[in-house]
Ligand binder design. Structure first.
Ligand SMILES: *Cc1c(COP(=O)(O)O)cnc(C)c1O
Length: 320
């Protein structure tokens, strides 16, 4: 007899967004003349940057030819894209990464959901509240969130973001093993200053906390004093994994591409207290369960770092 993973039964009936879609549809039927502003799941509305379109067409043509065909690529992503990421997204901000620290993925949802594979089932979790539902649901699925009591998970520390505190969460008064932070934030839209982010990095350094930093909206930062990467804060490479996505940056929601940075100096402990580099574990996980983002997609993503691509992305972001 095959037994199911019963943790799934603890999940609130449905994925939040399909729930909202049902409610919206029901409302539209009962209020046919009312205009709706949707604050549920969104999507980009602008087409891909022209530079990506051209690069992807070219990549398709390469695949049509025996001499330039690409089959399985590296599970970690092609060097051309990893190098473009390091050169454009990090080096100009004084963050120096090795190619082996960047893992190209099919988007930030997969990676923020899958990262739990390399972490024990009984770590405590901290989340800002409200949050992107993947952070909690993916922990529920492996039992890490504990049990649901009055709409709260027993193993999750909630850090409220309310109008009363200007949507800025307070540093917790106890230690947490794994903390999810998302800046610029979905859904509140808040950003975090360097001084404020430094407090979180210091909290993590003092409490041996792993920060899972979702920077999917990094490209939307306008203020020069707001950090784009958590690694702009000293010591962050010891405590944080950063997730990025081309979805909101360049309209890749349907194409699927993002990346995850796991610094080589980042470690977590075994029960016996031995420190293990998470980079090695994530690499092992990806090599086993992921076969890389498509060549066409990675060429399309690389193109946003060309001079034309940068201009086009800037215009798209300006539009939003
Ligand atoms: C959209 C979004 C993602 C997922 O992006 P994909 O790369 O398309 O999977 C991750 N985190 C947040 C907060 C998002 O809003």
């Amino acid at each position: 007899m095959a037994l199911v993973n019963e943790h799934f039964f603890k999940l609130p009936n449905n994925y939040l967004f399909s729930d909202i879609a049902k409610k919206v549809n029901a409302f539209k039927v009962s209020h046919p003349k009312t205009d709706l502003i949707r604050l549920g799941i969104g999507d980009v509305t602008r087409p891909l940057p022209q530079a990506s379109i051209e690069a992807m067409h070219k990549a398709v043509d390469e695949l049509a030819n025996k001499e330039t065909f690409h089959g399985y690529g590296p599970e970690q992503g092609y060097d051309f894209l990893i190098d473009a990421v390091i050169r454009n997204d990090y080096a100009p901000r004084g963050v120096y990464l090795e190619p082996g620290e960047v893992f190209i993925s099919d988007g930030a949802k997969s990676d923020t959901g899958n990262i739990g594979d390399i972490l024990r089932h009984d770590n405590s979790i901290g989340v800002t509240d409200p949050i992107y539902p993947v952070y909690i649901d993916s922990n529920v699925m492996c039992g890490r969130a504990g049990i649901l009591e009055d709409g709260r998970w027993s193993n999750v520390v909630y850090l409220p973001c309310l109008s009363e505190n200007n949507f800025v969460p307070e540093i917790p008064d106890r230690r947490i093993d794994i903390l999810y932070l998302c800046y610029p934030n979905n859904p509140t839209g808040t950003v975090i200053s360097k001084a404020e982010l430094k407090k979180w990095v210091n909290y993590a350094l003092e409490n041996d906390t792993l920060i899972l930093y979702d920077a999917a909206y990094e490209a939307y930062i306008q203020d020069p004093d707001i950090p784009h990467s958590i690694y702009e804060i000293k010591g962050a490479k010891k405590v944080a994994i950063e997730f990025r996505s081309f979805s909101k940056t360049a309209g890749f929601t349907g194409v699927r591409c993002g990346y995850t940075v796991v610094p080589k100096e980042l470690t977590a402990a075994t029960l016996e207290g031995e420190r293990i580099p998470l980079n090695r574990m994530w690499n092992r996980r990806q090599c086993t369960k992921f076969n890389g983002t498509s060549y066409i997609t990675q060429r399309g993503a690389e193109a946003i770092y060309t001079p034309e691509g940068k201009k086009q992305v800037k215009a798209i972001i300006q539009y939003y």
